[in-house]
Design a binder for this molecule. Sequence first.
Ligand code: GLV
Ligand code: MN
Ligand code: MN
Ligand code: MN
Length: 424
Amino acid sequence: MSTPNPVPDAGAFDRLWADLAPVGRDAGSGGYHRFSWTGADTDARAWFTEAAAARGLDVRTDRNGNLWAWWGTPGPGAVATGSHLDSVPDGGAFDGPLGVASALAAVDELRRRGVTPARPLAVVVFVEEEGGRFGVPCLGSRLATGEIAPERARGLTDAAGVTWERAMEEAGLDPLGLGADPDTLGLLDAFVELHVEQGRALADTPHPVGVAGSIWPHGRWRMDFTGRADHAGTTRLADRNDPMPPFAHAILAARSLAEAHDARATVAKAVITPNGTNAIPSLVRAWLDARAADEDALGAVVEGVREAAEKAAREHGVGLAMTNESHTPLVSFAHDLRDRLAAVVAAGSARGEGLPPSTDTGVPVLPTGAGHDAGVLAAHVPTAMLYVRNPTGVSHSPEEWASPDDCHAGVAALADVLQDLLAR
Ligand code: GLV
Ligand code: MN
Ligand code: MN
Ligand code: MN
């Protein structure tokens, strides 16, 4: 392995980041609204395509709309890195884009080091990772791995009732081609996703970069509370079929069950019909996002919410339908690849390569409650992740942050890891 120059070219990352920064950013909040197949998403994809082409990479769109930029001819034994460009509503700048911009900057860094990859390298952008528009997270990677049926994906709708099929078609892609992509995934010997850390796991440590250990099992459940619309002033309490009180019971049950099981349960999205101040609602549609360290705890939280919601719905003469929309089982990243990454990152740190010089080789290995395309791919391809420190500990919010120095450290670490993987 050639000895890397200890000072990576920070400018490469900074230029990529500056070009992408305005795309889909709300001028008021500073948050991002990049939803699949919208104008902002198209602009972000164009940014990627141009940046990759400018680097001489061969950009291809796969059957599911994921973008692959190849350095070298696509073939067996390939290494892939990348993340996503879509956001949650009013999301942060780093969740997803940091992994994509860092991947392109790492290509520049490898070239600067004079590395000629012995294997093909792909930089990938997965579509609809957040499920922010169509509800199912990691849709691009779930389609590619065959973990969601193409018919179901085509029929998913956004808040306005537009199907994935129609949105993809309007973006100029063929939705009839959707489906498992063993031809592309079968080329990969490894996938490495770099991602901003989404809690405080690195914030108070001397480590700008950590390695992923596991992802908690998690999922989304839709709850439809069906009542009867009526007048707020004239309808006696005893005569009401009001879906709001059982909805409130479900929220409080989610909170206390999460506390009891050391889990996470969140109700953050609800649609109230007709949503008038003086009309009892006919329908409350709400989503439960639940995550826990193991499936038993996750099941206990979800079933506990279901029981509490059903009981309250009965008491209020309201109907309840609760359906699972997505589930990701426990992900335990391949230990050999995880340890190899940790060793490479520690060695880079010891050289002072963009990382603070450290004699501490104990690169943190982190479990997380956040979902990632890497978690979906892990069941099909040897997969690992790097996390970049987030000093605010805040994510899915405009306050999400990583310092420029830590972003550069992330690029250096990713370049080291790729250099190592590409050499063998
Ligand atoms: C996606 O970022 C998720 O974990 O919700
Ligand atoms: Mn996210
Ligand atoms: Mn993400
Ligand atoms: Mn995610």
